[in-house]
Design a protein around this ligand. Structure first.
Ligand code: ATP
Ligand SMILES: Cc1cn([C@H]2C[C@H](O)[C@@H](COP(=O)(O)O)O2)c(=O)[nH]c1=O
Length: 211
């Protein structure tokens, strides 16, 4: 039986990593440890983690926005082939921290490439595979960036974290548009609430859909 592909999305500092780790523990307790796979983009497997380093290195200030979009799509392709598709074929529940919607929001809206061209290179990369459910953790850029900057020193901020507040606002608006356009797949969670509430609303959305 095919598994279930769940992605967690949102602006930087929305709390995705914190939430997805808690969901992993809760779902493993309910379904069994071998049934749940936690992974992330860009990364999750060695080749994609190497691409991640290149993309996020603050030294790479000269990176063109289309080069950036292509690198994310390349990392995605490799991760899909090596990690997501095999896990889906084994019937696992996959929790993936970011997927195509990140490219649409960050490169499409944030970098102003436009959603259509970014979607097009991603359709090539994924052959049209979409998540069964996407949890969109919605947070305004001020709150998200404040959380990130509070938790990390300046030299721990990656190239994307260091982008302007206006860029991060465009990213949030991009996500809101995506969620409005695909309410069947994308469930919006108010991520300004406390972490326990965000986790329980996320778990509820998963259970309502699948269990
Ligand atoms: N609901 C919340 N309320 C307050 N603080 C939170 C909440 N969720 C996460 N945080 C804190 O915000 C910071 C960023 O959280 P986290 O790394 O989970 O976010 P993220 O969305 O994965 O960020 P990034 O996309 O940059 O990796 C951490 O210090 C975390 O403890
Ligand atoms: C998948 C993907 C990611 N990004 C951005 C979003 C974040 O700023 C970084 C990844 O770091 P995180 O700590 O794992 O959140 O990359 C993007 O711009 N486009 C993408 O497709």
């Amino acid at each position: 039986m095919r598994g279930i592909f769940i992605t967690i999305e949102g602006p930087d500092g929305a709390g995705k990593t914190s939430v997805v780790k808690r969901l992993e523990t809760l779902l493993k307790n309910e379904l069994g440890a071998d049934k749940v796979v936690l992974t992330r983009e860009p990364g999750g497997i060695p080749i994609a983690e190497e691409i991640r380093k290149v993309i996020l290195d603050p030294k790479n200030v000269e990176m063109d926005e289309r080069t950036e979009a292509l690198l994310y799509a390349a990392a995605r392709r490799q991760h899909l082939v090596e990690r997501i598709i095999p896990a889906l074929n084994e019937g696992k529940v996959i929790l993936c921290d970011r997927f195509v919607d990140s490219s649409l929001a960050y490169q499409g809206a944030g970098r102003k490439i436009g959603m259509e061209p970014v979607l097009s290179i991603n359709e090539f990369a994924t052959e049209g595979l979409l998540p069964d459910l996407t949890l969109y953790l919605d947070v305004d850029s001020d709150t998200g960036l404040e959380r990130i900057r509070r938790g990390r020193s300046a030299d721990e901020l990656d190239r994307l974290d260091q982008e302007s507040a206006v860029f991060h606002q465009r990213v949030q608006h991009g996500y809101i548009k995506l969620a409005e356009n695909d309410p069947e797949r994308i469930v919006t969670i108010n991520a300004r609430k406390d972490l326990n509430t965000v986790v329980s609303e996320s778990l509820k959305a998963i259970k309502e859909r699948f269990f």
